[in-house]
Design a protein around this ligand. Structure first.
Ligand SMILES: [Zn+2]
Length: 636
C-alpha cells in the first residue's frame, strides 16, 4: 500500500494544530500500557523497532539545489558526493547521489538518473508554452513555441501544493495583511476603479493579493562582445512578500531575446507575448481557471483538463490584482510605449508648466495623469493599460534605483567631485583626486560603509560618453557614497558661499530620502509626518541642483537637471498615497543576475528560442527545488 501523502495545501498550514492527549488519542489503556513498556525497555517490540529516519543531508540538498538551478552539472555533484563518501561521510542521501550514472562510470546518464530519483515537482504543472512568430536571420520569420510560467497556474499550484509558501511568499505570512494593505490604499487614485470592487463574487479585502509586474532587459550572452545578446525578462511578485531570497519571491513569466523580435504588417512578436501575459493576468484577477484560450476560442471536450477545470476557482476564492508596474525608464518607454516629455504628466505642454519647476506647488503637479485622463489622451496606449481592466498609468511608480541612485545621485555626486577636482582644489587633477580618495577611504573605514568604491579615477567622473560629469558605479555603492562625500566635501567647501551650502544641502536631503525609504521598507504607506518630510526633502534636493546650475552654468558645467530629477519630484508627489519603495527595482536586478547565470549555462551554440526554453525549464526546476525542500525531495 502506497504511503499517504502529507497534506501540502494552504488548508494544512492554516488548520489548528490539536495537541494529542495522553491515553485516548493513542488508543485505550492497553495501548498506553504497551507504549510505556516500550519506553521502559521491556517487551519484544523494542528489539525489532526500526531506527528513526535520519534528517536529510544538507550537503546533498545544496548540491541538488545547485544542479537544479543549472549552476553545477550533475556529474560534478556526483563526483563531490563520491569524494565525500570516500572521505568517510555516511548518509543515505549521499549514497543515492554518489550512485547516479553507475557511480559516475556513465556520465551521460547522471542527469537522467538524478531526475528519476527526485519527486516530480508540482510547479512543472504551471509551465506551459505558446506559439509566436520570431525573426530568423537575416530577415526571415518562423513560428516557434516559447516556454512560459503562467501566473494564474502558478498561483493555483502554490495554493494547493505549497501552502506554506503561498502564505509566506504571496500573503506576507498572514492573511490579515491583505485587508491591512487595501485599507491603506483607499486614497490611491486607481482604487475606486478596481474591477474587484464591483464584482460581488470577489472579496478584495480578504482574498485580493496585490502583485507587481517587473520588466527589464539583461545582457545574457557574450557580455562586452560584438555578439552579445540582450533578453527581456518579465516577472511578477506579491507586494506583501517579505522574503530575503530574490528568486524565491519573484516569479519569471518568460524570457525573450531581443534578436527574436519580428514586427512587420500584422505580425508582431511583442504583441503576441503581451496578449498571452494579459490573458493570464486577467484570469488571475478573477481567481478562475480560463474557459477560453488567448484568441477567444472556447474550450471543448478535446481540450481535456482545460475543459474540465474551466471557470473553477484557482485558489478557493483568492485572486491577484496588478497594482504596480516596475521597470527602468528605457523599458517603460521602449516596451510599454509610454510617451511624452514626461510619461506621468503633461508638463511642458504649455509655457506655464515647465517640467524643470522645482517648487513644492509647481503647476505641472495639476497635470499628472490619472487612468481616465491618460486613456483619453492616448487611446492607442499599450495593450497592458488598454485591455487589462483596472490597469493604467497610475500603477507606474518611478524606480528608486534607476531614477535616484543611478540617475540624480550619480549626476550630483559626479558634479561635486568634478567641481572640487577641476575647479576648486589647488593641485593638479591627479593630486586633487589622490587627496580626495585618501579622505574617502578614511571615512569609509570610520563609518564601516557596506558598499564601497575600490578605486576612483577621473574617467569614472567625466567619461567621454557623457558631456556632463556623472559618477559611475552600482546603485548600492552610490547610495552609500552620499554620506561619505558629504563628510569629505565639508572639509574642502567654503560654507560662507551659498552655492557650497547648496551642495551640502543636496547631499544631506538625498541621504535623508534614502533613510526614510529604508526605515519604511515593507510598508505600503509612509507615516503622515514622513510623507511631509519626504516631499520636502525631495523638492529641496531638486532646488539645490537648480540653484547650482544657475550659479555655475555655463562656465563650470558640473551640474545637470535631467528628466530623472523631474521623476524624483513625481515620487515625492505619489508618496502621499503609496510608499515609493514599492516601485524599487533592486530585487528585480538581483533576479536579472540569477537569470544571466542560468542563460549563460544554457546557451552553448543553441538557437535563441531553444536557449529561452531550456533556461525557463532550469529556472522552474530551481524554484521547484526551493519549494519542495520542506517536503523532502526524494521519490524513493
Ligand atoms: Zn511629469
Amino acid at each position: 500500500m502506497a504511503p499517504k501523502e502529507k497534506k501540502r495545501g494552504i488548508d494544512a498550514v492554516l488548520a489548528p494544530k490539536y495537541k494529542k492527549r495522553r491515553g485516548s488519542a493513542t488508543g485505550g489503556v492497553r495501548q498506553l500500557q504497551s507504549s510505556q513498556k516500550l519506553k521502559s525497555g521491556h517487551g519484544d517490540a523494542s528489539a525489532s523497532a526500526p531506527p528513526p529516519p535520519r534528517a536529510p543531508s544538507r550537503l546533498v540538498e545544496l548540491l541538488v539545489f545547485e544542479v537544479m538551478w543549472g549552476f553545477v552539472h550533475a556529474t560534478v555533484a556526483q563526483r563531490i558526493a563520491e569524494a565525500a563518501r570516500v572521505d568517510g561521510l555516511s548518509h543515505p542521501d549521499l549514497e543515492k547521489l554518489a550512485g547516479i550514472g553507475a557511480t559516475g562510470m556513465h556520465k551521460q546518464n547522471t542527469w537522467r538518473d538524478l531526475l528519476r530519483m527526485l519527486k516530480p515537482f508540482s510547479i512543472l504543472q504551471a509551465l506551459g508554452s505558446f506559439r509566436l512568430t520570431i525573426r530568423t536571420p537575416p530577415w526571415g520569420r518562423r513560428k516557434e513555441s516559447l516556454a512560459c510560467l503562467w501566473p494564474h497556474k502558478l498561483f493555483s499550484v502554490l495554493y494547493h501544493k505549497y501552502g506554506a509558501a503561498f502564505l509566506s511568499r504571496l500573503c506576507g505570512g498572514s492573511l490579515s495583511r491583505i485587508s491591512e494593505f487595501w485599507d491603506q490604499m483607499k486614497d490611491h487614485p486607481a482604487y475606486a476603479s478596481l474591477p474587484a470592487l464591483s464584482n460581488s463574487t470577489l472579496d478584495l479585502r480578504k482574498k485580493g493579493i496585490p502583485i507587481s509586474l517587473h520588466g527589464d532587459g539583461v545582457t545574457c550572452i557574450g557580455i562586452g562582445k560584438k555578439t552579445q545578446k540582450h533578453a527581456d525578462v518579465i516577472s511578477w511578485s506579491s507586494m506583501l512578500s517579505r522574503g530575503t531570497k530574490t528568486q524565491g519571491i519573484n516569479f519569471v513569466i518568460l524570457l525573450l531575446f531581443t534578436s527574436m523580435l519580428f514586427a512587420r504588417g500584422d505580425v508582431d512578436t511583442l504583441s503576441t507575448v503581451w496578449s498571452n501575459i494579459i490573458w493570464s493576468l486577467y484570469w488571475l484577477s478573477l481567481g478562475l481557471h480560463p474557459d477560453r484560450d488567448v484568441n477567444g476560442r472556447m474550450y471543448d471536450e478535446s481540450d481535456g483538463e482545460l475543459y474540465i477545470n474551466r471557470l473553477t476557482l484557482l485558489a478557493d476564492g483568492f485572486f491577484a490584482v496588478l497594482w504596480v508596474v516596475r521597470a527602468d525608464i528605457d523599458w517603460l518607454k521602449n516596451r510599454l510605449g509610454l510617451k511624452g516629455l514626461c510619461f506621468l504628466c503633461d508638463a511642458g505642454n504649455t509655457f506655464d508648466t515647465p517640467w524643470t519647476d522645482t517648487r513644492q506647488h509647481a503647476k505641472w503637479i495639476s497635470t499628472i495623469w490619472n487612468n481616465a485622463t491618460h486613456a483619453a489622451r492616448f487611446p492607442n496606449r499599450h495593450a497592458l493599460f488598454r485591455k487589462l481592466k483596472g490597469c493604467g498609468i497610475c500603477l507606474v511608480i518611478p524606480d528608486v534605483l534607476h531614477t535616484k541612485h543611478l540617475g540624480v545621485d550619480a549626476y550630483f555626486c559626479g558634479g561635486i567631485l568634478n567641481f572640487l577636482i577641476w575647479f576648486w582644489m589647488p593641485g593638479t587633477l591627479q593630486e586633487n583626486l589622490d587627496e580626495l580618495w585618501h579622505d574617502i577611504v578614511d571615512v569609509y573605514t570610520q563609518r564601516k560603509t557596506g558598499h564601497r568604491y575600490t578605486l576612483l579615477t577621473l574617467s569614472m567622473i567625466q567619461s567621454q560618453k557623457s558631456p556632463l560629469p556623472k559618477l559611475s558605479g552600482r546603485g548600492a555603492v552610490i547610495k552609500d557614497f552620499l554620506p561619505v562625500l558629504s563628510e569629505v566635501a565639508t572639509k574642502y567647501l567654503d560654507l560662507g558661499k551659498a552655492a557650497h551650502r547648496d551642495m551640502l544641502s543636496g547631499l544631506k536631503n538625498s541621504r535623508r530620502l534614502d533613510q526614510i525609504l529604508d526605515g519604511c521598507r515593507g510598508q505600503c504607506m509612509l507615516p503622515a509626518d514622513l510623507r511631509v518630510e519626504y516631499r520636502s526633502c525631495s523638492f529641496t534636493y531638486c532646488q539645490a541642483i537648480t540653484a547650482l546650475i544657475w550659479e555655475y552654468h555655463p562656465h563650470v558645467p558640473a551640474f545637470h537637471f535631467t528628466e530623472k530629477a523631474h521623476l524624483l519630484s513625481h515620487m515625492a508627489v505619489l508618496s502621499e498615497y503609496v510608499n515609493p519603495d514599492l516601485g524599487s527595482c533592486y530585487m528585480g536586478e538581483e533576479l536579472m543576475a540569477v537569470m544571466r547565470r542560468i542563460v549563460a549555462s544554457s546557451g552553448r551554440g543553441s538557437k535563441p528560442v531553444t536557449v529561452c526554453n531550456v533556461s525557463m525549464r532550469k529556472y522552474v526546476r530551481g524554484v521547484g527545488m526551493d519549494l519542495e525542500l520542506p517536503y523532502g525531495i526524494w521519490r524513493i
